[in-house]
Ligand binder design. Structure first.
Ligand SMILES: [Zn+2]
Length: 304
């Protein structure tokens, strides 16, 4: 496996390399996480005779769409709980060896990585479990978000719009990475976001968007740039909301989210209820090559 890239390298990778990376990550997600830790997905792959090897973005569509009613109805099915048998069957040799050779320390790391420590609720009875690993990912998400938005540096102070429960966590864990002090304060979508201890110092609105039940959040680099996603953490599709059929780049539809890195509650082909379009063209404002979401409109459901 290639060594992990930094966000700054990733954000400007050749788009074809990003596509290859997402193909690899989707296969790894299914084999090493969903098949290992979810009876629901194990059964699904078996029932549908899905061959996870070489699955890629096209094959990913053989997995069913999910939505918040699925989570509300049976949240336990969507909690990632790796089983020893699953690890033996699906983890690569190196990962198994590290676990065996690492002894108690490695077992503690597994526990930290997969055992939920907090639950987030986002209305409609949906409980999203979060592990310590997820807090790390949310911190990285926050750091990237502030980088895209061009905010940060020592002494900065920002109040974020808290449109979803996870936004507070992302702010809390991500802000230190960008040298930012975050206060709560902005309440509405049109509220100014840049504050300091004396009050508002900037009237510019930093819009953020993330599927409201999830642990993801994205920012724009400029008001018309669209939300810059993280291709190693999130995979997006756009579908026709009536038929579920895929839409091409630039065609509007419902945004469908797959979490590529999270533990706790699984989001796999998750219908966000929000609409927009996806582009893989480099951003004309900043040059980053990550997939971007444009013209995003949130559904009418409650926000947080
Ligand atoms: Zn940009």
């Amino acid at each position: 496996m290639k060594p992990p890239r930094s966000w700054h390298q990733l954000a400007r990778l050749d788009p074809r390399e990003l596509e290859t990376l997402q193909d690899e990550l989707l296969e790894r997600r299914l084999v090493q996480e969903l098949l290992v830790g979810s009876t629901h997905f194990r059964a699904l792959v078996h029932e549908r005779s899905i061959d996870p090897r070489g699955l890629g973005r096209a094959g990913w569509r053989s997995l069913p769409l999910t939505d918040r009613s699925d989570l509300a109805a049976d949240s336990a099915s969507f909690l990632l709980r790796p089983s020893p048998a699953g690890m033996r069957a699906h983890w690569p040799f190196g990962r198994k060896l590290a676990l065996v050779a690492g002894g108690r320390r490695a077992r503690n790391a597994i526990e930290r990585s997969y055992v939920p420590i907090v639950g987030l609720t986002a209305g409609e009875g949906v409980l999203v479990e979060v592990t310590a690993h997820d807090l790390d990912v949310m911190g990285e998400t926050g750091g990237r978000l502030l980088d895209v938005a061009g905010l940060g540096g020592s002494g900065s102070s920002i109040a974020l719009e808290l449109h979803a429960p996870h936004a507070r966590w992302i702010a809390a864990y991500g802000a230190p990475r960008a040298g930012v002090h975050v206060t709560e304060g902005a309440t509405g979508r049109d509220a100014p976001l840049v504050w300091n201890d004396d009050g508002i110092v900037g009237g510019e609105l930093l819009r953020t968007w993330g599927p409201v039940e999830t642990r993801a959040l994205f920012a724009e680099c400029s008001p018309t740039s669209g939300f810059h996603t993280s291709p190693d953490l999130a995979y997006f599709e756009v579908i026709d909301p009536s038929t579920g059929e895929p839409r091409d780049d630039g065609e509007p539809g419902e945004l469908v989210y797959t979490d590529l890195a999270g533990h706790g509650t699984i989001f796999c082909r998750y219908r966000t209820g929000d609409h927009g379009l996806l582009t893989h063209e480099p951003c004309p404002s900043c040059g980053r090559t990550v997939p971007r979401l444009l013209n995003v409109e949130t559904g009418s459901r409650p926000q947080g």
